[in-house]
Design a protein around this ligand. Structure first.
Ligand code: DQA
Length: 151
């Protein structure tokens, strides 16, 4: 199972960025937790993890993995609320996508309540801090397992 993990803008500053909202863990902590989780899985899982502050770069990374990715975990960060381009890229690649948020975007400002990404995702996991990522990886492994058994 090849799973692409994408972190959007400002997430490289986790740990320093508004810790009262996003917690104290760094992006490296999250990535290491995902790597450990993948290694501990009974299924063979390859993770490729990227962070970018640039919308076009995220679009390019998605497109570059069209023949590689079996599933995508993405925290689009602020692009959640603005990016038709990232949504179109995810719709094009046509593999299961899980949208992730550290915070509960529905408990925050009104402009965060709309996501351009959710409509092309199988599901959204948010509000659990760094656990949002590990819960999402679990969910993705289950989705891909079910897919393998149904084909
Ligand atoms: C976020 C929520 C977004 O509204 C915000 O712009 C982010 C992070 C989250 O993980 O909670 O940068 O995606």
């Amino acid at each position: 199972m090849n799973i692409l993990v994408l972190h959007g803008p400002n997430l490289h500053l986790l740990g320093k960025r508004q810790p009262e909202i996003y917690g104290h863990q760094t992006l490296q902590d999250i990535n290491m937790a995902l790597d450990r989780q993948a290694a501990a899985s009974p299924h063979p899982i390859m993770l490729k993890i990227f962070q970018s502050n640039h919308e076009g770069e995220l679009v390019s990374i998605i497109g570059d993995h069209i023949d590689w990715a079996d599933g995508i975990l993405i925290n689009p960060a602020a692009y959640t609320h603005t990016s038709v381009a990232i949504r179109d890229a995810l719709a094009t690649i046509a593999v299961p996508v899980i949208e992730i948020h550290l915070s509960n975007i529905y408990a925050r400002e009104a402009f965060r309540h709309h996501s351009y990404i959710s409509a092309v995702a199988v599901g959204v996991i948010g509000g659990f801090g760094t656990h949002s990522y590990t819960l999402s990886l679990d969910a993705m492994i289950q989705i891909l397992q079910e897919h393998v058994h149904s084909t």
